[in-house]
Design a protein around this ligand. Structure first.
Ligand code: 8X3
Length: 259
């Protein structure tokens, strides 16, 4: 079995300034990959870039990009310097949740932000990057899904719908690249302790902390390890989907909380 060496590979990660995206950047850096990092927060992204270089990435190129703007996404990919243009691995990580409300009481602007980022943003980046992979005859797209995409939970209909859409897009893309060597993977975590809940509750730390109460959640590093593992499989192996949860979580509705 010949594992895929990640040394010198160009890995493009969206939402790379924090959480799972930042942890994934560092994990690929440890494998000697070259990192193309995109996010909206240039300051935070610069910190991740420095840490990645310290971890062993031979080079890092950062792009200030909002995945919700399809022209900006296409332009960013079209204008990459030649030495960065041949993306080997795309990690479609940018995503967020906003609010936890009954559907009929939800805020329209929260819905737009989630749908524009998690669904349309994923499509825009995929549309801009995958044609080059098909032409080059190599590439791997790794999408961030969620247990929320398998089973809808109360007050989360729109967020869960965006992750159900990710599941459909992931499976559709795999069918549409069939006949090329391009691989397509979805990594679907349950509860992960990042700024996810803080963002969902717009900075309300007490409410965010309650989400993780009595449960030992997954960490961003746990997810990054799985992403790097999927990318490192031999070229003939496609990992279609990985679902991972804390031991204290059975699915998106059922937890065992201590105390
Ligand atoms: C994140 C998992 O259950 O908090 O996608 O929505 S959950």
């Amino acid at each position: 079995m010949s594992l895929m060496s990640l040394q010198g590979k160009i890995v493009f990660i969206t939402g790379a300034s924090a959480g799972i995206g930042a942890a994934t950047a560092l994990a690929f850096a440890s494998e000697g990959a070259r990192l193309l990092l995109a996010a909206r927060r240039a300051g935070k992204l610069a910190e991740v870039a420095s840490a990645a270089l310290a971890r062993g990435a031979p080079s890092v190129h950062s792009i200030d990009m909002d995945v919700r703007d399809h022209r900006a996404v296409q332009n960013a990919i079209d204008s990459l310097p030649a030495e960065w243009a041949e993306i080997d691995v795309l990690v479609n990580n940018a995503g967020l949740s906003r609010g936890l409300d009954k559907l009929y009481m939800g805020r329209i602007e929260d819905w737009e932000e989630m749908i524009d980022t998690n669904v349309k943003g994923l499509l825009y980046v995929t549309r801009a990057v995958v044609p080059g992979m098909v032409v080059r005859g190599r590439g791997h797209v790794i999408n961030m899904g969620s247990t929320a995409g398998e089973l809808t939970y109360p007050n989360g209909a729109v967020y869960c719908a965006t992750k159900a859409a990710e599941r459909s897009i992931n499976d559709g893309l795999r069918q549409d690249v069939l006949g090329t060597p391009v691989r397509v993977t979805s990594v679907d975590p349950g509860m992960v302790e990042t700024d996810f809940s803080l963002v969902r509750f717009r900075g309300d730390r007490d409410r965010a902390a309650k989400v993780y109460k009595g449960v030992k959640p997954l960490t961003a590093d746990d997810i990054a390890e799985v992403i790097v593992w999927a990318a490192g499989r031999p070229a003939h192996v496609n990992i279609a989907r990985v679902v991972l949860t804390p031991v204290q979580q059975a699915n998106s509705l059922l937890f065992h909380r201590d105390g």
